[in-house]
Design a binder for this molecule. Structure first.
Ligand code: GLY
Length: 420
């Protein structure tokens, strides 16, 4: 099987690593990829948000399957264009990608499908936002309706800050909306559900650490680390999510004529009142993918191809290593604010020579002198694998200790408690 994978982050390097380990894969092209994917596949340049360009590349490369990593190409209709070109694609249509592209749409689907989630109001004016904030009370949760590259959500006790965030989100020409929600307590879990439009197969639950600083302090980020499995989670959690969340959503999307094919990333809160959906994404999570795929024993290409072909019902059940995986993100100085690129990175080979450690590239590039340098907010994800979470954690941090990148920072408490 020859595959084209779209994307350039840590998630895509982790997916590429799992795909090339599948004996059924005899060619992997990554667009645009990063220095990590370049070591195991062939990187090519294309505008991955241009549906016609991606479909053209898939045809020119004669691939059997296209796997879409990030959400932006999906919302832009890349999966539709590839399907129209007669090529199987793992990723939802633009219509189905609205589950991530519009928080208000996701709420509408959850209401129609009877999926448990936070009470919410969709607001288009600041007066409506003010009313909703007063009615739900603190902590205040305000979400930009559209894609916002991880910067669309604020959770704060400060009324003025919540209102100011809503004001920024609403200050746009293109029908801006925000969703104001009741706050959900309890630990959060990410569960990736592979969907083929009808059937659903869940992968292993993981947890990420969203705040920039130890102890769940500092601003929100794309994720500073993750681990899997979750030893504290109820054994029936996955089945409950399938039954109460993923299958009802897939049925609802099919009934609307917009079947969901791809990953339904269920962001969940295990609240004192039971399971609630925090959000849906329509792609694998980053950095949770780095730990989930490190544990997956079943060939990944077979699963993604089955989902793309509508054949999950007969696909191999995912099998998991009995051990654990922990990833720690090394981020550029200043992240999640503005960062300066081009800082030299050393020690990756030393980290990878350690027992149970591998390094996933996220924001890296090779400079003109052939040096590996930083190129973005999250630079590297160091993954430790071990017999259990403490051993995997110890290995991940040993790997982090081997790497140097001036000014880079990381959290010290990944997988040391329930994430935040
Ligand atoms: N780790 C959170 C996300 O991928 O959206």
């Amino acid at each position: 099987m020859k595959i084209l994978l779209l994307g350039s982050g840590g998630r895509e390097h982790a997916i590429a690593r799992a795909l090339v380990a599948d004996p059924a894969v005899d060619g992997l092209v990554v667009a645009p990829g990063n220095p990590g994917t370049a070591r195991i596949a062939r990187n090519v340049t294309v505008d991955i948000t241009d549906p016609a360009a991606v479909a053209g590349l898939a045809l020119a490369e004669t691939v059997d399957l296209v796997v879409v990593g990030p959400e932006a190409p999906l919302v832009a209709g890349v999966a539709d264009a590839v399907r129209a070109a007669g090529i199987h694609v793992f990723g939802p249509s633009a219509a189905a990608a609205r589950l991530e592209g519009s928080k208000a749409f996701a709420k509408e689907i959850m209401a129609a499908a009877g999926v448990p989630t936070a009470m919410a109001r969709v607001c288009t004016t600041l007066d409506e936002v003010r009313d909703a904030l007063e009615s739900f009370g603190a902590p205040h949760v305000v979400k930009d309706d559209g894609l916002a590259a991880g910067k669309g959500v604020i959770v704060t006790d400060d009324f003025a800050e919540a209102l100011a965030h809503a004001d920024r989100c609403l200050d746009r020409p293109d029908e801006p909306r925000v969703v104001v929600e009741d706050h959900l307590d309890g630990p959060e879990v990410s569960l990736f559900c592979l969907c083929d439009g009808e059937d659903v197969v869940a992968l292993a639950p993981a947890q990420d650490f969203k705040r920039a600083l130890d102890g769940g302090q500092g601003p929100n980020t794309g994720g500073m680390g993750a681990y899997s499995p979750l030893p504290w989670a109820e054994p029936g959690l996955t089945e409950e999510v399938l039954e109460r969340v993923a299958r009802p959503v897939v049925r609802e999307m099919a009934a609307r004529g917009t079947p969901f094919v791809g990953v339904l990333y269920c962001g969940l809160a295990l609240t004192s009142r039971g399971l609630r959906v925090v959000e849906f994404n329509v792609r694998f999570g980053d950095p949770e993918t780095q730990v989930v795929l490190a544990r997956l024993q079943t060939p990944l290409a077979g699963l993604l191809d089955a989902a793309a072909r509508g054949a999950l019902a007969t696909a191999e059940e995912p099998r998991w290593s009995h051990g654990a995986a922990v990833t720690v993100v090394l981020a550029s100085e200043g992240y999640p604010g503005p960062v300066s690129d081009g800082r030299e990175i050393s020690g990756v080979a030393e980290a990878e020579s350690l027992d149970g450690v591998h390094v996933i590239h996220a924001g890296t590039r090779m400079d003109d002198d052939g040096r590996l340098v930083s190129a973005g907010g999250r630079v590297l994800c160091v993954v430790g694998e071990g017999d259990d979470v403490p051993q995997a954690r110890e290995r991940a941090y040993r790997g982090v200790g081997a790497i140097h990148c001036e000014g880079a920072h990381h959290r010290h408490d990944i997988a040391s408690g329930i994430g935040d």
